[in-house]
Ligand binder design. Sequence first.
Ligand code: GLP
Length: 240
Amino acid sequence: MDIRIFKNEAEIGQAVGKLFCDFVNEKPDCVLGLATGATPVPTYNFIADQYAAGKVSFKDVSTFNLDEYCDLPKEHKNSYYSFMFENLFSKLDINADNVNFLDGNTTDPEAESARYAEAIAAKGGIDIQLLGIGRNGHIAFNEPADEFTGESFKIALTQSTIDANSIYFDDIPMPRYAMTMGIGSIMKARKIVLIATGASKAEAVKGMIKGEVTPQLPASILQQHQDAVIFLDEAAASLL
Ligand code: GLP
């Protein structure tokens, strides 16, 4: 693991945003794996600013998002689909046909998982996968479990995740299930970039980097990835 510590989330947004823009300029038809949550927002802002300044184009880029809530209309303001358009895609020249999400409203999660795996493979696999981390060490919606997961699947969210994310749901109760890429699909990305900011992530960060590799702390699997870069602010790195 390549660990990089920065002063604050603004500096991380610049560094990770630059890494993505440089990569897109090198490989204009690249495939990006993207994440939601508060953590990547400074990165997405930096990327949008670079695009507005004419320094990068996303017209041939394809994206695959990590996860989506179940039983929530795609157009609801809290869907990850809405989040990505609001925070990034609407600010870029990306082709909407190249933007991919798991369908959280599928009635057949297994078929949906197979469809997503095939769509990723058809594009040649994910070049760079962006990740955040949950307070319990989850990545995407891979919650602590007895075994590492494989391809995409439907998961019941844990109370820790419901507590952390329900602040965003002011009109309806937060969904209890999600469709998520599994650990196996995430680990296939050629490069992984994980960002963790804030003291609430310090315990999970310590386990991810210094603890044993265990499905009880799903992010710990990144110790076994050949090109995982971890961007931390000082608060998230405070227990290392
Ligand atoms: C959610 C998402 C994850 C994200 C995590 C942390 O549960 N499914 O992809 O990394 O929360 O979110 P935040 O960045 O808001 O702390």
